[in-house]
Design a protein around this ligand. Structure first.
Ligand SMILES: [Zn+2]
Length: 164
C-alpha cells in the first residue's frame, strides 16, 4: 500500500471541511512497533477537518485499534483496546498560539506544514497513548525458576553471608 496518499495539506482539509479515513496495518507503524509485544492487527483512523466561524482551522482525530502489549507483571500478551480522540488547532508554521487558546487544555495546537504526514501523526498519538506500565487487571507474576534465583543479587548475598 502506498504511504504517499497520507501526506496531505491538513489546513486545506480543514478549510474545506473534508475528512480522511483509513486503516493501516500496525506493522507499518515502525516507531510504535517498538512499544508492542506483537505488531498484529490494524489501526483505523479518521481526520475530520473543520473551519469555525472565526476562520480557525481544526481537525478532530479519532484512532482505534487493538494493540498487543506485554503485561509488566506476568509478562504475557495483553490486548489493549486503544481509543484516541483528539482535537487539534492548526497553525501555520511559525505562527504563535492565539492567546485565548493558551489556557485551553481541550485543544492541542499543531503547526501544520503544507505536507503533513498523517501516519506520523497517528503514530505519535498512539505512542503517547500507550500505557508505560501495561498490566492485566488480574494476573500473577511468573513463578521464579531456580536459574533466576541463582543469579539474583540476593542469592549472591545469601551465599556470601553463608561463607562468613
Ligand atoms: Zn499480566
Amino acid at each position: 500500500m502506498s504511504q504517499e496518499r497520507f501526506v496531505i495539506d491538513l489546513r486545506a482539509l480543514a478549510r474545506d471541511g473534508r475528512s480522511v479515513q483509513a486503516k493501516v496495518p500496525v506493522k507499518s507503524l515502525g516507531r510504535l512497533v517498538e512499544s508492542l509485544l506483537e505488531p498484529v492487527g490494524e489501526v483505523a483512523f479518521e481526520f475530520q477537518g473543520e473551519r469555525d466561524d472565526e476562520g480557525k482551522l481544526y481537525v478532530d482525530l479519532q484512532i482505534q485499534g487493538d494493540l498487543v502489549l506485554q503485561c509488566q507483571r506476568c509478562l504475557e500478551a495483553l490486548v489493549w483496546p486503544c481509543r484516541v480522540s483528539n482535537r487539534l488547532l492548526l497553525l501555520r508554521p511559525g505562527e504563535a498560539l492565539p492567546e485565548d487558546e493558551l489556557e485551553n487544555d481541550e485543544v492541542d495546537a499543531l503547526e501544520a506544514e503544507p505536507h503533513t504526514d498523517l501516519l506520523a501523526l497517528v503514530e505519535d498519538e498512539l505512542i503517547l497513548a500507550v500505557p508505560l506500565v501495561p498490566r492485566h487487571e488480574n494476573c500473577e507474576p511468573p513463578v521464579k525458576t531456580g536459574v533466576d534465583e541463582e543469579i539474583s543479587p540476593f542469592a549472591v548475598l545469601r551465599q556470601l553471608r553463608g561463607k562468613v
